[in-house]
Write a protein that binds this ligand. Structure first.
Ligand SMILES: Nc1ncnc2c1ncn2[C@@H]1O[C@H](COP(=O)(O)OP(=O)(O)O)[C@@H](O)[C@H]1O
Ligand SMILES: [Mg+2]
Length: 318
């Protein structure tokens, strides 16, 4: 059955369909060809193919019986390493079916494990080396203890570049009969930060309104304001009209349903494009965004924090 969720429906099934990550794909493909692989560690941000590539490996190695030979666990949902250990033990008890001498265990979010739990994981990996290969996945390889890293081939996944994201957009657009302008593709790319899960979710949500994907819908779904409107906030600051700048900021937040935090993140990106500010003012602004972000996470009042950000920008242009 094909899934109604586009991230699943368009999940690559072969190595060739995986976009970007070519440095990883070519090595992993060689493992599959040799029907042998070491334990591996996949590191990188969300939505860029770590789970997908692991599934492709399993499907290519085991064919139709892949589901019997592949165990997927999540280190952060499985309530601790003990649950992982028991599940691994059960799974590893029987030999792999077919001509591959091992089964695969995919353990997601390994950086959620404490150092002690990682030590236990390392022992589990050693105990089952004869029958299983582990694919560990994490956001930051630096959070994984050295004894695990040294037992694994470590691969770093990168957010997809514009060209690859455009290919994903075009592929989905063709299959779903969507109309998307180049400008809107740019906006989707910007909003995704190279995260393909995000690209597909934005497309699917926008397509529920209209087969022609509109910029407004993309921006609303991605909680982004129109860059032009943000520019207006900066323009008012440059003109020293505090009340107008504050009003514009508030209007944008309400119109797009943005949180204070969303706003700071976007202002901090957009400031680089503003012509009427000096480099030092921009640097100072970015530094202040960092502080404001910290206060917002601590629970400070959004409007007071944002107003202080604007006030500081105006004072810096004295
Ligand atoms: N490199 C990629 N090429 C093509 N599609 C991708 C890629 N990475 C992710 N996707 C899409 O995004 C979805 C989520 O990717 P996934 O591999 O689960 O991400 P993660 O890196 O968080 O494990 C996939 O189902 C697929 O549709
Ligand atoms: Mg994943």
């Amino acid at each position: 059955m094909t899934s109604n969720i586009w991230t699943e429906k368009y999940r690559p099934k072969t190595f060739a369909q995986v976009k970007g990550q070519s440095h990883v794909v070519s090595k992993v493909e060689a493992f599959v060809k040799e029907r042998n692989m070491p334990h591996v560690l996949f590191a990188g941000p969300a939505g860029i193919g770590k789970t997908t590539l692991s599934l492709v490996i399993a499907k290519q190695l085991f064919g139709d019986s892949w589901e019997n030979n592949f165990l997927e666990l999540n280190a952060s949902d499985e309530r601790g390493i003990d649950v992982v250990r028991v599940k691994v033990k059960d799974f590893a008890r029987t030999k792999a079916l077919g001509d591959v001498p091992f089964k695969i265990i995919y353990l997601d979010e390994c950086d959620a494990l404490t150092k002690e739990a990682q030590q236990a994981l390392r022992r589990t990996m050693e105990n089952y080396t004869n029958t299983c290969r582990f694919i560990l996945s994490c956001n930051y390889s630096s959070k994984i203890i050295d004894p695990i890293q040294s037992r694994c081939a470590v691969f770093k996944f990168k957010p997809l570049n514009k060209e690859d994201v455009f290919e994903v957009i075009n592929m989905v657009a063709k299959a779903e009969d969507l109309k998307i302008s180049e400008q809107v593709k740019e906006t989707i790319f910007e909003a995704s930060g190279g995260d393909v899960r995000r690209v597909q979710n934005i497309l699917q949500s926008s397509a529920t309104f209209n087969k022609e994907i509109k910029e407004e819908d993309v921006l609303a779904i991605a909680s982004l304001a129109r860059p032009k409107e943000l520019d207006e906030v900066f323009t008012q600051c440059i003109k020293k009209d505090f009340l107008a700048a504050r009003k514009k900021l508030l209007d944008i937040m309400l119109e797009y349903g943005l949180s204070g935090l969303d706003m700071v993140i976007q202002l901090q990106k957009e400031v680089w494009k503003i012509e009427g500010l000096t480099n030092n003012q921009k640097l100072e602004f970015v530094k202040n965004c960092g502080e404001v972000e910290f206060h917002l996470i601590e629970g400070s009042d959004e409007f007071i924090q944002l107003e202080s950000l604007l006030a500081r920008l105006m004072l810096s242009s004295e």
